[in-house]
Design a binder for this molecule. Structure first.
Ligand code: NDP
Length: 492
């Protein structure tokens, strides 16, 4: 990493400022998750790469959970597809043959599992491959400003091309222009090939995870930022490389999360909305509302893509199955379940219900965006800003990277960040609930998203706490005393 890049970082919203002092020797206590609680600059620790970040010493439970997720989640996605495709999105119905069987032998279960799978199709493979290559070309060649990520544990500050907004616009204009405008292909092509696409995406998700694992061992982009545990399963799931790249700028994390994943979200909704129109002759108000709420979330993501570079996905997570398969399969197939549901079960919302759900969604978005903006603002201005009309209250922290250098950063302790440590998650949960509520209240399947988001965000609170304690040590303790609640005051 060139010195030049690090210096440019301070010019564009970077929170951290290098002081390049010699840091004092510190002990390396670990927390319950095995994360290092303090950083070190001793030669030995530096060589061992001991800094904050992903766990290294993992327990049997830490290994068992990823093993179970990798073995079951792909089937869970297939199960949901099967429930929608064959049973009008009734989640319990696919289990009927199993429950009716005289005896549950491994053979019966295996037969039932195979029966749930969609058929692999040539069209699915071609569409998925074309989609991936098209998004890769947009990511690589569309112009856009350069944003900078957070300083990594090894002291790198990486540049990213922030061209997601133009990729989103170009993709949607081309897709809906070519299908609805020029009739080159049906706008329902995604809906029509959903099963084949699911198989192709799964194959790619597994391939990508294994590729990331092999790349990390044999041709890593930034060797000093790799984290190895004693378990292949753990490393495969959570990833080893922090920022795998092809060349200097093709970043696996930003690309896979943003492009095949998040760009696809609104495109899939559009395709399913057209399918609903073809089925019943109009698009229901529930589908319109769902599309607005999802589009708001997606456009916000790209509008603020530079901000995303400073979120946990980019700043903490390594690239393995969790992000690789998750972005390729889980995100496009599970986050869009409501639009699948609404094609099979069109819902016309009453006006009061419609207004309530709209209000909840917009309220959630307001919270989500305001909280995230406050953090961005305080770090961009180095604390010289007003939060809720008053000078920002913050803790100036120190942390040390594995090259032994000392840096400073800010932890905001007023505004929303003084209410709780993750009030942005409250906003996100409100939007997520509104998205699910567009489907009415008769089925469980559309509510999968809010259940999942709740589990995901609760897990992130724990992981982030361990990470920040490792990075900031006593400063994090100080922040914790000032802001004791993690999510909601007086509740959690
Ligand atoms: P945050 O944006 O809250 O980022 C947490 C990081 O911010 C910490 O690791 C720390 O990093 C820094 N930080 C913590 N406390 C403070 C503080 N008081 N002042 C300043 N900086 C602080 O979390 P996420 O990355 O999880 O989430 C980002 C957004 O994305 C959220 O709104 C979330 O709801 C949403 N999200 C959506 C998901 C989805 O699938 N739809 C999934 C996950 C998140 P450091 O100090 O190192 O900079």
């Amino acid at each position: 990493m060139s010195k030049q890049l690090k210096q440019r970082n301070t010019q564009r919203g970077s929170p951290e400022h290098e002081q390049e002092q010699d840091a004092p020797l510190l002990n390396l206590p670990r927390d319950a998750q095995g994360e290092v609680i303090a950083t070190s600059n001793s030669k030995t620790d530096h060589q061992a790469g001991k800094t904050w970040g992903r766990a290294r010493d993992v327990s049997i439970v830490d290994i068992a959970i990823p093993a179970v997720i990798m073995a079951t989640c792909p089937f869970l996605v297939i199960y949901f597809w099967h429930a929608c495709d064959a049973f009008q999105c009734d989640l319990a119905a696919p289990l009927a043959p199993l429950l009716a069987a005289d005896s549950l032998t491994p053979r019966t279960i295996a037969k039932w599992i195979i029966g749930c799978f969609p058929t692999a199709t040539k069209e699915g493979v071609i569409l998925f491959t074309g989609w991936l290559l098209f998004q890769a070309a947009l990511y690589a060649f569309l112009p856009g400003p350069v944003g900078y990520g957070q300083m990594t544990p090894a002291g790198f500050v990486l540049p990213y091309i922030v061209n997601g907004m133009s990729a989103w616009v170009v993709t949607h204009i081309l897709y809906f222009g070519a299908s609805l405008g020029f009739d080159i292909f049906p706008a329902t092509i995604v809906h029509d090939n959903w099963g084949g696409l699911l198989i192709a995406a799964n194959v790619y998700g597994y391939f990508l995870s294994v590729f990331a694992f092999v790349k990390a061992h044999f041709f890593p982009s930034h060797p000093a930022d790799r984290k190895f545990s004693s378990s292949i399963i753990y490393d495969l799931f959570w990833g080893i490389e922090f920022n795998p790249r092809i060349g200097k700028l093709f970043d696996f994390k930003l690309f896979h999360n943003g492009r095949p994943g998040i760009v696809a979200w609104t495109l899939i909704n559009g395709s399913f909305a057209v399918a609903q129109y073809q089925k019943i002759g109009y698009v229901t108000n529930s589908m319109w509302l769902l599309m607005v709420l999802h589009a708001m979330y997606v456009v916000d993501f790209f509008w603020n893509e530079d901000w995303y570079l400073r979120t946990i996905d980019i700043c903490h997570d390594h690239f393995g199955f969790y992000l690789g398969w998750g972005d390729s399969v889980w995100l496009p197939f599970m986050y869009t379940l409501q639009s699948h549901y609404l094609v099979r079960n069109p819902v016309d919302l009453s006006t009061p219900y419609f207004l309530f759900v709209t209000g909840l969604g917009f309220f959630g978005y307001y919270i989500f965006r305001s909280v995230n903006n406050q953090k961005n603002l305080v770090r961009k201005t180095d604390g010289n800003c007003l939060i809720w009309g008053k000078p920002a209250k913050y803790i100036r922290t120190e942390f040390i990277t594995s090259d032994g250098k000392k840096h400073t950063s800010l932890l905001l302790a007023s505004g929303f960040w003084g209410v709780s440590r993750h009030f942005n998650y409250v906003g996100d949960l409100c939007i997520s609930l509104a998205m699910c509520m567009t489907c009415g209240v008769t089925h469980l399947l559309p509510y999968f998203y809010i259940i999942y988001m709740f589990i995901l965000l609760m897990g992130r609170i724990q992981r982030d706490d361990a990470r920040c304690r490792g990075k900031y040590g006593k400063y994090w303790e100080e922040y914790g005393k000032l802001v004791p609640y993690k999510l909601l005051p007086y509740i959690y």
